[in-house]
Design a binder for this molecule. Structure first.
Ligand SMILES: C[S@@+](CC[C@H](N)C(=O)[O-])C[C@H]1O[C@@H](n2cnc3c(N)ncnc32)[C@H](O)[C@@H]1O
Length: 285
């Protein structure tokens, strides 16, 4: 009998550990584990979002919730540039490109090649036309020049980055004054499950204030997430008269210098580091 109890206990502990790893998306095990987790999940990510009632993808709901905070920045600048950090299977790019008034371009950055491949399949025509650029890179360092984007977004991802606070600083750095940051944060009740990674509303509002954001708003969104947004203080500079190229403002992740087109990829103008572009995805990491 004690053996049966012991085996049951071991099974229960193993099941709880696996459940917790899934819930925290392997984030406590480091970026490599998160990348492998998402490379594996990419095969069924969209399908699972179609089925699980709590986390279901709904284009109507996304239009209703995610678009309004972004509209002022998008409408102000015809060649508006959007950076979607941890773009996954391309949810936010698809939402924006589906808006008749949206004429801008989008950079979708993610750590997982599997997720980027799914995004590329869905965004193929826009990737080919240069309106969408897909980049494989860790969100801890955003390889772009300062103040390069009118909008920076990151949905259902922030807590899984290795250093969420550092990533927030990076998102603020690459945003233009007057630009909008749209972020999701896990509900305060999840703070216990994601200890050290999930922040309360009060804390997120303070972080945004410290990063010089104004008009900070945090509202209930999904069962697991709140939606937070704010505008970076300062006057927006006039935008470019021509639509920017897909790799404009991308910087070398090793030395932050400009990257130049070369054959099937980009080469650093200083350290000569080479970064391949394969099937529309730029591999920086
Ligand atoms: C739950 S998905 C969300 C995807 C998309 N933003 C959405 O709302 O559907 C989380 C995404 O974050 C990405 N991710 C996790 N850690 C990352 C990191 N350190 N850098 C870049 N992407 C990361 C994963 O690869 C995955 O695609």
């Amino acid at each position: 009998m004690p053996e049966v109890l012991l085996i049951a206990l071991v099974f229960a502990l193993a099941a709880a550990t696996v459940g917790w790893l899934f819930m925290t998306e392997a984030s406590y095990l480091g970026s490599g584990a998160v990348r492998r987790f998402y490379d594996f999940c990419s095969r069924f990510y969209d399908a699972s979002k179609g089925r699980l009632a709590a986390y279901r993808f709904s284009p109507e709901e996304d239009r209703r919730w995610l678009l309004p905070p972004l509209l002022p920045a998008i409408e102000r600048e015809p060649h508006c540039r959007v950076l979607d950090v941890a773009t996954g299977s391309g949810r936010l790019p698809l939402l924006l490109l589906g808006q008749p008034g949206f004429l801008g371009s989008i950079v979708g950055l993610d750590l997982s090649e599997g997720m980027l491949r799914v995004a590329r399949e869905k965004l193929g025509a826009w990737v080919q036309s240069g309106r969408v650029a897909l980049i494989k890179q860790d969100a801890s360092y955003l390889p772009f020049e300062d103040e390069a984007f009118d909008v920076v977004s990151s949905t259902e991802s922030w807590e899984f980055f290795p250093h969420p606070e550092k990533a927030l600083g990076e998102m603020a750095r690459v945003l233009k004054p007057g630009g909008v940051l749209l972020l999701t944060k896990q509900r305060d009740s999840w703070a216990l499950w994601m200890y050290g990674r999930s922040f309360t509303r009060k804390r997120v509002a303070a972080m945004l204030e410290q990063a010089d954001f104004t008009g900070i708003t945090i509202v209930d969104w999904q069962r697991r997430y709140d939606l937070a947004w704010g505008t970076k203080a300062g006057m927006p500079a006039p935008g470019p008269s021509e639509p920017p190229g897909p790799w404009d403002s991308v910087r070398c992740p090793a030395c932050q210098s400009q990257l130049l087109s070369s054959g099937q990829g980009l080469t650093c103008s200083q350290c000569r580091g080479e970064y391949p572009i394969r099937q529309g995805i730029l591999y920086l990491a």
